[in-house]
Every structure is written in structure tokens, then in C-alpha cells.
Design a protein around this ligand. Structure first.
Ligand SMILES: [Zn+2]
Length: 432
């Protein structure tokens, strides 16, 4: 077998060399038509490359693409291609462990590969589960099914521009996925207030995009480096792998983390329903007392996030606090989250948590009138109002890996600085 393959490869190579030689010699001839004719002739006698689709050699096959319509079943579709119900039954049984055909979804694409014979026999059926994942069903003779994955290639891309209305719109005008704007807002969440971004601010970003078949966009990859110039100030972000946690962290050009040690709130969405105060009328106990926490109202089940890295030191229930979790962040700071409907899976005393990890879900257990999380914050053993505290920055890059970081950062910074800011279409239109 191997020997055969090698011979074929050699033949292909030899063929290619011949073609190249022919093309070079023919290029001297003025008529182009002749070149194509010659190439076609050669292709018939000695196929130089067989096109493949879904990993299938397409020689002698043609493809028909379609989408699953409402009410259509595997059996109905195959019936149209002349596959009898008995055969459909065999195919379904054979493919059972690979894919359950009852899970076909309306609007998903499928392809049928038919033989170039007089009956146009349907040979393969391919269901596209997603842009990258598909299932191949072989419909004839030896019936089988197998899952396939399209190879994703990562391309590096650079983009730079001036913000007119919003970063989102400006990026869209440069044919960049809005996901990039979301990622940037996450990276800069602690340093730039994205609601205050204004016309004239600029962005320069080096990032990755994922493609299949080299041309079909499937997703935004990681941001390698970025510069946002907000009101004349350069804010750099350089991605660097944190080997301790295996996460990608962002630092500025001096190695300072772009994160703050604490999130502003333990919820992504929600509103403050009661602030920290020395004196408030307690809604349940109906008397004046201090409220040494910040209440965030949100629907039951909303994820509650650890506001900083730390270690779980309590996970308990009391009649006043309900289900609650207490996290010690370091010798100075401790936080507590009350009234949870339930704890997050796997959050136990002694566990290390990372900032943003889900530790539980909003509820109204304990003394509470409605679903909310009461967020409590200790500094050196004293309960304080985190909204009034100047909170510390996250740890800068460790000294031991700083030289490595600088070696990666410096050329990226040069590359960013060299990117030309393009005027967006809006401005061009406006200036006309
Ligand atoms: Zn409270």
C-alpha cells in the first residue's frame, strides 16, 4: 500500500514538473487559449489533483447543497433522492452511535453527493452541525457514518482607525466582527469607561481570526496587542500567558496589569438596591440599623461572581444570611456574598477562586424581601464601603518573567505604533 502511495505521489510530482515546464514554454506563445487547452488535455490523461469535499474524493461525484426545512425528516429527504425506506432504516441504525438523525435542526445545511451516472445515485449525505462540524453518511453498499471537523486556520490581522460614533460601528465599517469590540471592552474594563469613548479616540489592534477552507470566517481569536488612545492618552494592552492559571492576561507597556484586584460589583447585570450605610430602616426587621453591605437586586438564578482572586473560607447557611460564601483575598481584604438561592457547583471551603468565577446564584434565602445579593467587604477586619474605597491594582508581571514579557512586548509595540490610522467611511462621506 505504502509503496503504491509513494509511486502515485512521485507520478503527481513528475506531472507537476512537466506541467510547469509546459507552462513556461507556452508562455512565450502569444495565444492564451492554447495554454488552457493543453492543460485540460493533460488533466484528463493524468489527473494532477483530485478535489475533495468533506474529506471525500470528488472524482465522479457532484454536490447538491440545501438546508433542512421545517417538517423535513432524514427519511423524507432521502426519499427524494430515491433511497428506499428500508435502506434509510439501515443507515439510521448504522449511524446511531455517531449522530442521532432526530437531532437535525431546521435551517442547518446539508449536502448530497451524487454519482455522475445515469441514475445520479445519491452516494453520500452530509449534515452540517456547525460551520466546523459535520457528519458524513455513506448511503450505498457498505453503509456507515462518521463525524468530521473542518480544519480551522488562524490568521493574524491588524486594524486601526478613528472612532466616530462607537468602537463597535467603527470596527464594523472595517469588516471586523463586533466580537472584537466586546473583547476590547473586557480587556479595558478596568482602565477605560467604554461609555465615555468619544469621537476622535483611536484604536490599533493586532488580533487573530479563525477561518475554515481558508476563506470562511468562523470566529474572532485572541487579541494579541492593542492600543486605545482615549482623550490623548495611550492605553496599551499586551496579552501574555499566565502560566500559573493558564490564562491570557493583559499588561501595559510597563508590565502593569490592566485588571484591578477587584471587580466593581459581584454581578454582571443588576442594579444597586441599597447602598452601604451606617443607618437604614431595615425592610424586614422594621427598625433603624446599619447596613454594612451593598445590595444588588437581580432575578433569582443570576450568577454571583467572586470580585477578586482568593480562597473560600466559608460556605454556609444562617437564618439571617441565608446561603452565603466568604472569600479571603489576602491578609487585608475579605468579601462575603449573601442570600444565594444555591451555591455554584464545586465551590467548597479551601478552594481557590479566580476573579469573575461564578460562586453562587442570586436568591432570597435568609432575611430578604426579594432576590438580591448582599455584598460585604472587609479591609483589615473592618467592614467598609467598596464603592468609596480606592481599590488596589492587580499584581504586575512577576519579576522573574519580566525579561520574557519585555522581549515579546517591545516588537509588538513597535508594530502597533506603525499602524496607520484609517479614516472611517463615515468621515469620508461626511467630508464630501
Ligand atoms: Zn444587604
Amino acid at each position: 500500500m505504502k509503496w503504491k502511495k509513494k509511486t502515485i505521489r512521485f507520478a503527481i510530482l513528475a506531472g507537476l514538473v512537466t506541467i510547469t515546464a509546459i507552462v513556461i514554454s507556452i508562455q512565450l506563445v502569444p495565444e492564451r487559449v492554447e495554454v488552457e487547452e493543453n492543460l485540460n488535455e493533460l488533466a484528463v490523461t493524468e489527473p494532477i489533483e483530485t478535489p475533495t469535499l468533506y474529506g471525500i474524493d470528488m472524482t465522479g461525484l457532484t454536490v447538491e447543497k440545501n438546508t433542512i426545512k421545517s417538517g423535513e425528516t432524514f427519511g423524507l429527504i432521502l426519499d427524494r433522492y430515491g433511497i428506499p425506506s428500508l435502506a434509510v432504516h439501515k443507515i439510521v441504525t448504522a449511524s446511531d452511535s455517531v449522530f442521532d438523525v432526530r437531532r437535525f435542526q431546521v435551517d442547518k445545511s446539508y449536502a448530497v453527493l451524487r454519482r455522475n451516472d445515469s441514475a445520479a445515485t445519491a452516494e453520500y449525505f452530509i449534515y452540517e452541525k456547525s460551520l466546523t462540524d459535520y457528519v458524513v453518511f455513506h448511503l450505498q453498499d457498505s453503509i456507515w457514518a462518521k463525524a468530521g471537523v473542518r480544519e480551522v486556520t488562524v490568521k493574524r490581522r491588524e486594524v486601526a482607525g478613528v472612532i466616530e460614533g462607537s468602537l463597535y460601528v467603527s470596527l464594523q465599517e472595517q469588516d471586523v466582527s463586533p466580537v472584537l469590540a466586546v473583547r476590547l471592552s473586557e480587556i479595558y474594563a478596568w482602565t477605560i469607561d467604554f461609555f465615555r469613548i468619544q469621537a476622535g479616540d483611536t484604536y490599533r489592534v493586532i488580533f487573530e481570526e479563525e477561518y475554515i477552507d481558508d476563506s470562511i470566517f468562523v470566529g474572532t481569536g485572541k487579541i494579541i496587542a492593542a492600543n486605545l488612545n482615549h482623550m490623548g492618552d495611550d492605553e496599551y494592552a499586551f496579552g501574555f500567558l499566565d502560566s500559573t492559571y493558564g490564562t491570557y492576561e493583559y499588561y501595559d507597556e510597563t508590565g502593569e496589569s490592566l485588571r484591578k484586584a477587584f471587580l466593581r460589583a459581584p454581578l454582571q447585570f443588576g442594579r444597586i438596591s441599597s447602598r452601604y450605610t451606617q443607618r437604614r430602616f431595615h425592610p424586614v426587621q422594621k427598625r433603624w440599623k446599619a447596613h454594612l453591605g451593598t445590595d444588588y437586586a437581580a432575578p433569582t438564578g443570576t450568577p454571583i461572581l467572586a470580585t477578586a482572586d482568593g480562597r473560600v473560607i466559608r460556605r454556609a447557611y444562617t437564618s439571617a444570611n441565608g446561603n452565603y460564601v466568604k472569600i479571603e483575598h489576602n491578609s487585608v481584604y475579605t468579601t462575603q456574598y449573601l442570600h444565594m438561592s444555591r451555591f455554584a457547583k464545586g465551590v467548597n471551603v479551601g478552594d481557590r477562586v479566580r476573579q469573575g468565577d461564578v460562586i453562587g446564584y442570586v436568591g432570597s434565602t435568609g432575611l430578604a424581601t426579594g432576590p438580591h445579593v448582599c455584598y460585604r467587604f472587609w479591609k483589615n477586619g473592618q467592614q467598609v464601603d467598596p464603592l468609596r474605597e480606592k481599590l488596589p491594582d492587580a499584581e504586575p508581571i512577576a519579576e522573574s518573567i519580566r525579561p520574557h514579557f519585555m522581549a515579546i512586548m517591545e516588537p509588538l509595540k513597535e508594530e502597533l505604533d506603525a499602524l496607520t490610522i484609517l479614516k472611517t467611511r463615515n468621515r469620508e462621506v461626511a467630508s464630501r
